[in-house]
Design a protein around this ligand. Structure first.
Ligand code: PLP
Length: 385
């Protein structure tokens, strides 16, 4: 270098302390805490995104994702980004301008699907239900008959309401109406029974930071044959270069063509998280989530706190607990964080001020966490009630 020609502006050169984050127990709607083995995997040596060892890891993660989703879909990959990236990828690739897209809107994330689909030129139609309720097959059948959509979008586990959408019969109806079925499994994958192929789901996506016990940053996406046929027969290019799965698929498929640099260490984390699920076995994992959720519901009832969703449709990974009259819901959240390092969340949208959202997801779905939260909540109610 010739010399220091220009003077550097130091006005933004702040001297910050070394990072020191508190140890929180994340019992809100996500992120949840990562498993210690996932944290260990995150810190492993970096390799290149085309390194043979990394390619081996990619294949393993794809196979394990097929296991947790219960699908044989060849196109099953982790999209780089959070859940919304895979949500957007699902729509960007499988919707063409002018397509009628029918969305089940019974919470915040159904609204997000409508918004995203409209940005890709869809003719969006809504099937609405109050927040906390679910759709039955007859309602879906009427919706399909009335709107004749190219795609039906449903949220399996509505994180804003705590409702679990039953899936029996819906996929077959969609096939009868020649309609693609998209299912958001962000808050169900790895915590609640999901049988994509048995349910005839064509498109699904999820996120790492909920029941998979990873940090946020990757978003699994799977496309079945009917969805791939739609993608391959598009008249127009996918209107989003980064999320164009016909390009990204060449990196995750046989060609291994560079598209963008995969987040290497996050992929280590995901592989470890999936390995943990395979070791445990899906049924054991699902039953554990149900048992701990039931323990929470009983403990809440003992404190005089009800649940927003009817038991039959209640989501084990995320409970919406009704805020008792006269209690400051946000005050309780702040009290739990400040005094016990426990995060739960207040209600969203229509349920703001009415519920708390309590997550028992993946590694955090443990009896000791339920007992701790209930004891802390009792103290909080005594102070904030
Ligand atoms: N879908 C559902 C059901 C969710 O709960 C979330 C996030 O909480 C998303 C989509 C979006 O995921 P992300 O926040 O990771 O982008």
């Amino acid at each position: 270098m010739e010399g220091r020609v220009h003077q550097v502006d130091d006005s933004h050169r702040v001297m910050t302390p070394q990072l020191d984050m508190p140890e929180r127990l994340l019992l809100g709607p996500g992120p949840s805490n990562m498993h210690p083995r996932v944290r260990q995997a995150l810190g492993m040596n970096e390799v290149g995104h085309l390194d043979p060892r990394f390619i081996g890891l990619m294949n393993e993660s794809q196979e394990l994702l097929r296991y947790v989703w219960q699908t044989d879909n060849r196109f099953t990959i982790p999209v780089s980004g959070t859940g919304s990236a895979a949500m957007e990828a699902a729509l960007a690739n499988c919707v063409e301008p002018g397509d009628v897209v029918l969305v089940g809107v019974n919470g915040y994330f159904g609204e997000r699907l409508c918004d995203m689909a409209s940005r890709y030129g869809a003719n969006v139609r809504r099937l609405e239900k109050p927040w906390g309720e679910t759709f039955d097959p007859e309602e879906i059948a009427i919706g399909l008959e009335t709107h004749r959509p190219a795609l039906l979008g449903l949220i399996h586990a509505e994180t804003s309401t705590g409702a679990l959408q039953p899936m029996t019969g819906i996929g077959k109806l969609c096939r009868e109406f020649d309609c693609l079925l998209l299912l958001d499994t962000v808050t169900s994958l790895g915590g609640v029974p999901v049988f994509l192929d048995r349910w005839h789901v064509d498109i699904s996506y999820s996120a790492t930071q909920k029941c998979l016990s990873c940090p946020p940053g990757l978003a699994p996406l799977t496309l079945g044959d009917r969805a791939l046929a739609k993608l391959n027969n598009r008249k127009l290019k996918v209107a989003n270069w980064y999320l164009d799965m016909s390009l990204v698929g060449k990196y995750w498929g046989q060609e291994r063509t560079y598209h963008h640099t995969a987040p290497i260490n996050m992929n280590y984390a995901l592989r470890e998280a999936l390995r943990l699920i395979a070791e445990e076995g899906l049924w054991d994992r699902w039953e554990k989530h149900t048992a701990n959720a039931e323990m929470l519901w009983e403990g809440l009832a003992d404190l005089g706190i009800g649940c927003h969703v009817e038991k039959e449709f209640r989501l084990p990974s995320l409970t919406t607990a009704l805020v008792p009259d006269g209690v400051d819901s946000k005050g309780v959240c702040a009290f739990l964080l400040q005094n016990y390092n426990i995060e739960i969340a207040a209600g969203l949208g229509q349920l703001a001020g009415k519920v708390w959202r309590i997550g028992l997801m993946g590694f955090n779905s443990r009896a000791e966490n339920v007992l701790l939260l209930l004891a802390a909540l009792k103290k909080a109610l005594e102070t904030c009630g």
